[in-house]
Design a protein around this ligand. Sequence first.
Ligand code: SF4
Length: 484
Amino acid sequence: MPLRDGRLSHDIDPSDRPPQDACGVFGVWVPADQASRAEVSKLTYYGLYALQHRGQESAGIAVSDGSRIVVFKDMGLVAQVFDESVLNTLRGHIAVGHCRYSTTGSPTWENAQPTFRSSDAGGLALVHNGNLINTPELAARLAPGVLTATTDTEVLTALLATSGDGGPLAAAREILPATRGAYSLVFMDEGTLYAARDPEGIRPLVLGALEDSGWVVASETAGLDIVGARFVREIEPGELVAIDGDGVRSERFAEARPKGCLFEYVYLARPDTTIAGRSVQATRVEVGRRLAREHPVEADMVIPTPESGTPAAIGYAEASGIPYGQGLVKNSYVGRTFIQPSQTIRQLGIRLKLNPLREAIEGKRLVVVDDSIVRGNTQRAIVGMLRDAGAAEVHVRISSPPVAWPCFYGIDFATRAELIAGNLSVEEIRDSIGADSLGYISLDELISASHIAKDNLCRACFDGVYPIPVEEAARGKHLLEVGR
Ligand code: SF4
């Protein structure tokens, strides 16, 4: 698969992709008489632009003018899918938008979002961040042949559009309590914007208010900031919200059992996003400080793996007293037309993205801070590159505990067999990547730095304790494609 223009993730080595984010969702409602001034399609475009790091395979926007819903979606980044002329055709006062990384179903146009369904009662467009774990059970509620795509989202959309005859709100009251897994949803019919979050609240979802009048729902507060919306509150786990001319109406479809994703703090969320009132950047710097106290080492310079390791490297340098510096320069602009290295020059792969600053690191004992290790190929290449550039010692510090278990709630990690920490001890991993020493933050310290109670967090990829039990049969990304 070719690399994409301006990819915002820290995908450094194509053969060792970092955790892939599930999706970014966005929704906006403004009064109908302000539709032309508010330009909801452009607000949604900018919102998705701020959420691009959460999904880079496809992007889409649905807009309602009160009587009709129009959907535009395509493969690619938000800025590749939409231009001014397309956005000008998407007119109305309600919109939902999505940027996707596939967690159930292939990265194809049919599986891009928003998904859309119409029934006698009208249309329904929906966007989803997360991954359901009882999709076959839900799909069994539908008549044969109803599904046109292969995603859990398509199943949910079909159910919400066709269940009962009381419209999406009544359907959501019936369907959501039977829906298991991770889902932060934003959906709309012709006149109302809806938002819902699973009872565990695994993926984030926040509500904001526009300055004049109107409401915004987004995966992260960074999606509110970009459109000038004021943060109001998080959509609560187990909450269903409807927004229209009568304001924001909220109800519960399930008791909250909060299990927010701990990995959002480590890598997924933008550093300028706030979760539970605390900035992600502040948490990451604090993790770096704690990492320095847990795994001290004598060294001359602390450097990050850019950019994902930067906040924790700042914290590590601060707490250890070792100077912070730049040792690696990242080329962020490897483009879509870029030719994927062939097997014979694969060893050059990392050089396409990172280059060492030889003068800065020559003869130095380095601490290299990164956010996580998936397969270990990237860290092995970085250590080798730094040694080649003259580093005297390379000490690797990781601002998350070992990732040893896959995620079934919307993050596409490797399988357990592919995860290096699923198979090797820390000392064996150190040996495998060729570092002089290796230290991971402990799970307790990471949790403590998040300021969230341990029982209110999902930590399954670190400790293998899955807060929503996942049966073996529900673990495949392509489970709805079998036999198609
Ligand atoms: S398994 Fe890991 S990545 Fe997945 S929701 Fe839990 S903490 Fe987040």
